[in-house]
Design a protein around this ligand. Sequence first.
Ligand code: PLP
Length: 417
Amino acid sequence: MTTAPGSSPTPSLDFPARVVVDLDAIARNVGALAGHAPSAQVMAVVKADAYGHGLVPSARAALAGGATWLGAAQVPEALALRAAGITPSDARVLTWLYAPGAPLDAALEADVDVSVHAAWALDEVVAAARATGRTARVHLKVDTGLGRNGLTPADLADLLPAARQAEADGAVRLVGVWSHLAFADDPGNPTVLHQAEVFDDAVRLVEAAGAGLEVRHLANSAATLTAPRMHYDLVRPGIAVYGISPVPQVSDSVAYGLVPAMTFEAELANVKRVGAGHGVSYAHRYTTAQDTMLGVVPVGYADGVPRHASGDLPERPGGPVLVGGTADELGSDGAARVLRVAGRVCMDQLVLDLGPWATEQAGDVVTLFGAGTGLARGGAPTAQDWADAAGTIAYEIVTRVGTRVPRVYVDGTKEVR
Ligand SMILES: *Cc1c(COP(=O)(O)O)cnc(C)c1O
């Protein structure tokens, strides 16, 4: 069996595919991000199961790499971090996305910082503080122009007297003001600077009301990497923690010193010879041009392989798969090569046209994406290459890998759990 880069030393035989997460890469990516924002602390954003990489192992790796904060969108994600033993001395944890009735009591008991994005949210935080006897550490979320969650500047001004009263009563401490950018991935867009100016006004308003803020924060991955003006006291990178460029049209991961942490690999479930003119997969959207070998890869859209990356549109090639060797062997005289999905991606499987001289056998490992340098550099395919093939962003590729695909954790190449 050929072994792909980053592949598990002891692949599980229970399922013929896996996601291998390199925790060392996550730690080093956080170090690289801290280098891009030397004056700020780093909050590693670990929402959505750490962008599909596994919440707790990824969070611990990010802390090992120098993050001092963890960001979790949903309250249960923040609680899961604490329940796993990540203590307040290990990391501050901020949660920010909740609807009325959220378990804020539990968040305060777990020493989690909470965002307030509406008047009712302040009321619920104050009620949770009273119920638990805790003082809630509150970050006021301001909508500086994204048009999504947060208090408009006018709502912020209206809320401030009640927030300061709650502070005087000992129910809350106003520790942060924060916001999120609409066009961070388009660094020259004039709204970026405009949002920063609105943000500065909001900070001034809160400070003038007497709050002693600890942290002001605005930057996601893109702003961390491209806009020092946005760094303030704390940066909140997500996608870059996992080694993926947030601005692929500007620079790739390699250029930013980031290493993709996730490798998605599978064992071929079947290899067989067919004649020329053979239709492949549903609706025969691909037809063999010659007598050839077909390889069946046992992952499909139920496993997060986007059906939009099918090889069935003449104007858009299917998703790329590394076959026949390692990323390092690409371009040598060996069998390592990158093929495109042939025909439709199905629920559980996809097909590759391995070519007439293929020597691959059932059980050989193929890699959909991993820590390669990407097709544009002549390297092995990345999540970004799959995003390009599917007409989406790499965030969606890594976060959507299905739950039936086992996760294997490694440090470099050594399996850790
Ligand atoms: C997801 C998220 C981030 C991280 O964004 P990336 O683009 O992945 O770096 C930061 N802040 C907020 C509010 C988010 O929702």
